[in-house]
Design a protein around this ligand. Structure first.
Ligand SMILES: NC(=O)c1ccc[n+]([C@@H]2O[C@H](COP(=O)([O-])OP(=O)(O)OC[C@H]3O[C@@H](n4cnc5c(N)ncnc54)[C@H](OP(=O)(O)O)[C@@H]3O)[C@@H](O)[C@H]2O)c1
Length: 234
């Protein structure tokens, strides 16, 4: 399988790329910051390119190169994301809002459009698109309202693509809850998140990887939004 992943350089993106490489698949991805994980994936055969996703010309040039090199794509995984609380200065926040709109909506739009033929051409007509959104798309966090709104937009667009690209390509959404805290999460925030999560623990990245495998294996699934959240959305 040829698997294309955005934001492959760390955390969930890295775990997904690593999972598909270990299973013998070809991984094509983009990253922004050059972490040691990028070297690890490259040594294991991944085709990775450094791309700033707010530079839509660079994104387009990268993805056009990808579909030229790999005319049969099995899976397009939209993982890259930016996440910060809204600050006090609305004008400054417009810049962050534009960044979220680009990374969470315009980039997935451009990649889906550019990759549609390659996904249709995948052997056995089993092309898949998976958008990683968030449980906050349905119940937005006021502090992260611009992040949530653009992720909700991605969830909405995912349903449109599920209809548009059927029956050849299946399009689904995974809505993670608390997987793994970022270093910037305060102790107070960590305690609160765990209190709000019925399973009372972070999931780690494994449950999302399992859900990606489940979507690939279940060929009657399209237009689904699957929460992987330890029950937090309840
Ligand atoms: N972790 C969780 O608990 C959780 C909860 C809910 C939803 N999710 C979703 O699950 C996915 C993965 O989560 P994660 O925690 O692994 O995310 P993450 O650590 O924040 O990684 C996101 C990746 O996207 C890349 N990225 C962001 N903006 C970019 C830009 N402008 N250009 C290029 N690359 C850019 C980042 O690159 P840099 O490293 O260079 O910034 C990073 O590699 C995301 O879609 C996230 O919204 C995660």
């Amino acid at each position: 399988m040829i698997v294309v992943i955005t934001g492959a350089g760390r955390r969930l993106g890295y775990e997904l790329a690593s999972h598909f490489l270990s299973a013998g698949h070809t991984v094509v991805g983009c990253y922004r910051t050059h972490y040691t994980e990028v070297d690890d994936l490259r040594q294991r055969g991944a085709d990775l390119t450094q791309v700033e996703l707010t530079d839509l010309e660079a994104v387009d040039s990268w993805i056009q190169g990808v579909v030229t090199r790999y005319p049969h794509i099995s899976l397009l995984l939209h993982n890259a994301s930016a996440f910060r609380p809204v600050g006090d200065d609305p004008k400054a926040e417009l810049k962050a809002f534009a960044e979220y709109f680009q990374v969470h909506m315009q980039v997935p739009f451009l990649l889906n459009e550019r990759c549609a033929d390659a996904l249709r051409a995948c052997p056995d007509s089993k092309g898949n698109i998976i958008h990683i959104t968030d449980i906050f798309t349905d119940r937005p966090s006021p502090r992260f309202r611009t992040y949530c709104a653009t992720k909700a937009g991605l969830g909405n667009m995912s349903h449109a693509y599920a209809r548009l690209l059927a029956p050849e390509i299946r399009v689904n959404t995974i809505q993670p809850g608390p997987l793994e805290f970022l270093p910037e999460h305060s102790e107070e925030a960590r305690v609160q998140v765990l209190q709000e999560t019925p399973l009372q623990r972070m999931g780690g990245f494994g449950p999302v990887v399992q859900t990606v495998d489940y979507i690939l294996a279940n060929d009657y699934l399209t237009g689904a939004s699957i929460p992987v959240d330890g029950g937090r959305s309840l």
